[in-house]
Design a protein around this ligand. Sequence first.
Ligand SMILES: [Zn+2]
Length: 497
Amino acid sequence: MNTNEALQFYKEYTEKNNAYRLALTTISFDNATIAPKDGSDARIKSMSFLGGEWFDYQIDPENIAKLESMAELDLGETMNKEIKLVLKNVHKISKLPKDFYVEFMQLSEQGEIIWKKAKDAKDYSLFKDTLKKLVEMNKKAYEYYGYETTIYDAMLDEYETGWNTEKYDAFFSKIKERLVPFISKVVNEGKKIDDSVMHQNFPEEGQKQVMDILKNYMGFNKNECYMGVSEHPFTCDFSLHDVRITTKYLEDSLFSSIFSIIHEYGHALYMLHVNPELEGLEVSRAMTSGMHESQSRFLENYIGKRDSFWVSNFSKVKEIFSEQLKDVTFEDFMTYMNLSKPSLIRTEADELTYPLHILIRYELEKEMINGTIDFDKLDEIWADKYEAYLGVRPKDASEGILQDIHWSGGSFGYFPTYALGSAFGAQFLDAMKKDIDVDACMKNNDFESIVNWLKDHIHQYGALYKADEIFEKVCHEPFDVNIYLDWLIEKYTKIYF
Ligand SMILES: [Zn+2]
C-alpha cells in the first residue's frame, strides 16, 4: 500500500466509523434527554444492533491489516499518531473473545440496573456480588489486553495516558497531607456563614433566563452548540461543529444550574475548538479524561467563581430573582458560591472538599483491583474513610458507596482523573495570567479573550499531546500538585479566617 492508497482507505474507514458513532451518539443523547421512557427497549435493541455491526467492522482482519501496514509508512506527525492511536484501540478490542465480550457487555448493562435497585433500596448487600464480578471481569479483560506493570496501572493509563499508581500515590498523598487538616480547621475554627438565602425557591423559568444571560456572556454559539436538560448534566460531541451539553434545574439551588452549564460548556469548548484540520480523526476527540476535566473545572472554578466573572452578570441575575436576592450584596453572592462544607455526595461537593471525595474512591478501587480488600466490608470501609477525612458519616449506602454510577458500568481508574483535572486547572490559570489580564477581560465583557487563550494553548491540539507534553508547552514546567493546593488553601483562608 502506498501513501495515497493508505490515505484513501483511511478516509473511507473513518467516514464509516463516524457514521456509526453519530448514529449511536444521537440515539443515546436522545435517550438521556427528550425521548419518551417507554421507547427505551426498542432504542436499546437498535443500539446493540448498530454497536455489534460497528464492533465487527472495527475488528475486521482486513481493516486491521491495512491499518497495520499504514503504521509502517511515514504519514507525517498527525497521521502517524492517529494510526497508532486507532491501532491501539482495535488491537485491544480484537483481543477479547466474542463470547467474553458479549458477557462483559451484558454484565456492564446489568450492573447499572442492579446498582440502581440497590441504591434505591439503600442496601449495599444487593450490589456486592455484582461489584465483585465486575472487578473480576474487568481484570480478566486486562489479562486478554495485556499490561506492563499491574492491572490497576493499565486501567489508570486508559483514562490518563502516562499516569500510574506511583504518580497518583504521590499526588493523593500530598492532597491528604495538606487538605485533611486544613478542612478540619475550617470546620472547627472558620467563620460560620449562613447561606440559607440561596436555598429559597428559584423557579425554573427564572433559572432558564439566567442560562440565557450566561450563554450570552460566554459567547455560546447556538449554531454549533445545543443545551438540553437531563438528570445528570453531561456533554457529548457529535462532530467538530456539533456539541450538545445538558444542565439540570434544582429549584432550591440556583448555583446548581449555573455551575453545571459553566462546567459542561468548558467540555464543549474543548471539543469545538480542535484544529479543523483534525476533523473526523480519532485525535480530534480522544482527549484524556483528566485533560477534559481540567477544561470543564477550569471554567467552573477558576473562571466562573471569580468576582470579575460576575461584575456585569450579578445585577442581571438579581433582576430576575429580585425577591429572593433582595438582601444579597455582590460580596454575599460571591461568598455563598465559594462556600465549603464537608458533605457526603461527591457531585454536590464544593471546590475545597471535592478532591477528598476522589481520594477515598482512589484508595478503595486500588485495593479492589489489587485484591487486598474485603468486599463484604466495603460499605463500612467507605464510611470510615469519610469520617476520617471529612468528618461526616453516611447513614446508609445510597449516600455512601452506592452514590456513583461509575463502578456499576465497570469504570475503574476513572475517578482519579476528576481530581487530577481540577489540579491541572490551577497551573493553567497561572500560565493564562502571564499572557492576559484575566480579570480585566471579564470585567469588560471580553470573554472571548479567555476562550481564545484556551483554544490557542490547549484546545486546538485535541488529543495530539499527552498532559505532560501540554504542560511543557503551556506552563514551561512540569505539573506540580502544590500549585493547586496553594490555590485552595489561600482562597479558603481568605473566606474563612
Ligand atoms: Zn466534567
